[in-house]
Unconditional design. Structure first.
Length: 151
């Protein structure tokens, strides 16, 4: 199995819910021990989702962005980490945001993932905090400066 053989596309919650939930259950609930009641919220139905699928058609990663500009629920199955899946998911979310999300983009990164998000243009804001028993850091996307004459 080649770790380079995957695609990332937008996923619609109603159609892809079982696949998206399976990835998040494996990563957040089983691996990271996040309580189910904290993982599932009312934001999934209104969020834009992306899904990574390998060449065999198996879902291997997901992420979402809410209408408020918050990127979250970025999850990649353990055996697919460090293969470019997370970057591909994030890039697809950023493309969706350009077209559909007018708000500034931000996320709450697990502190171990900060270098990953920094490589993609995010910077830390404020102090670390604990969410679902895991230390997190708010990060915001660096905004490109406006061209002269524009505000």
């Amino acid at each position: 199995m080649s770790k380079q053989n995957f695609t990332v596309n937008q996923a619609h919650w109603d159609e892809s819910k079982p696949l998206l939930r399976a990835i998040r259950e494996a990563v957040f609930i089983l691996e990271q021990q996040v309580p189910k009641k904290l993982e599932w919220d009312d934001k999934d139905e209104s969020a834009l989702h992306v899904i990574a699928v390998n060449s065999d058609g198996h879902a291997i990663g997901t992420g979402r962005i809410s209408v408020t500009g918050q990127i979250g629920r970025m999850a990649v199955l353990k055996e697919w980490r460090n293969a470019g899946v997370g970057s591909a998911l994030l890039k697809q979310l950023l493309k969706l945001a350009e077209r559909e999300i007018p708000a500034p983009l931000f996320l709450n990164a697990q502190t171990g993932a900060i270098p990953f998000y920094v490589r993609h243009g995010f910077h830390c804001v404020g102090s670390e905090f604990v969410e679902a028993g895991i230390v997190h850091q708010r990060m915001e996307l660096e905004q490109a400066p406006s061209p002269p004459g524009r505000s």
